[in-house]
Write a protein that binds this ligand. Sequence first.
Ligand code: DGJ
Length: 315
Amino acid sequence: MDNKLVAKHIIPGEVWLDTDGTLIQAHGGGVLFHEGLYYWYGENKNGISRNARVDVIGVSCYSSSDLHTWKNEGIVLPAVTNDLEHDLNPRMVLERPKVIYNDTTRKFVMWMHIDSADYSYARAGVAISDSPVGPFEYIGSFRPNEQMSRDMTLFKDTDGKAYHIFSSEGNSTLCITLLSDDYLSPTTQYTRNFINNYREAPALFKHEGKYYIITSGCTGWSPNEAEYAVAENIMGPWKVIGNPCFGTDAETTFHSQGTYVLPIKGKSGAYIFMADRWKREDLKDSRYIWLPLQIKNNTIEIKWLNQWDLSYFNY
Ligand code: DGJ
């Protein structure tokens, strides 16, 4: 491996190469920690952008022990090119994949936003694998409890229960649904949150027993101001606090849109806010904005850093 290619830092907004020296393709992503390694899953957008969309290629996976250096584990859920009617056909939309591990079934479960090119299909898709690096087997898609499902994330709680959090009702409302014990389907238990507030790009995490959610506004690929809310119960009610970002460009989330909040293993109170700086005319070159997220007195703080590494959290 060429040493020059091994990233020693996180440089928000810069070109980020994997250990082969290739641009990382993991947009709208999320990270799973499993048996000592981090797995970063995201949209592979390594195609030609036409009218702000790229044909579906699949879900990429990268692995890392240090969160700087990422090894390409390949496309763990590829597009299905030979069936025009398939949800994963290149003509569709596959966004914001997230993976959680089910301790009982010992399966890795992926949920993702599946849509038609005009975003009218509005469904959640589910896939399953025996290994974090796939291959994932696609099970199918649906509208959870007959509700539209677009931007989404998953959250696995400390008690093993898992939740699907998604923009619904024409993106006007954010639904939170308890998943079945095997994580493969929604239960009928769900709540409607931020009604008529048009929130997208949900990223949910838990800190000292409280739940935090960061969302964006609804402005397509253009960045806007993030907002966060706190709750005692994941199903709500949620109390809106305000913008978690501070400093220059805080009003555009540093020209990006959130996708995930990653807890650093073994460091309590240390999180990374992961976001995408979308480039609608060339989506494959959309950059990653990863910044430290800290919570002081129940207040989230995300500040810009030109370059940083995990020693930031050595306090
Ligand atoms: C904003 C969403 O957050 C993205 O995931 C993507 O769906 C774009 N809208 C499409 O305009």
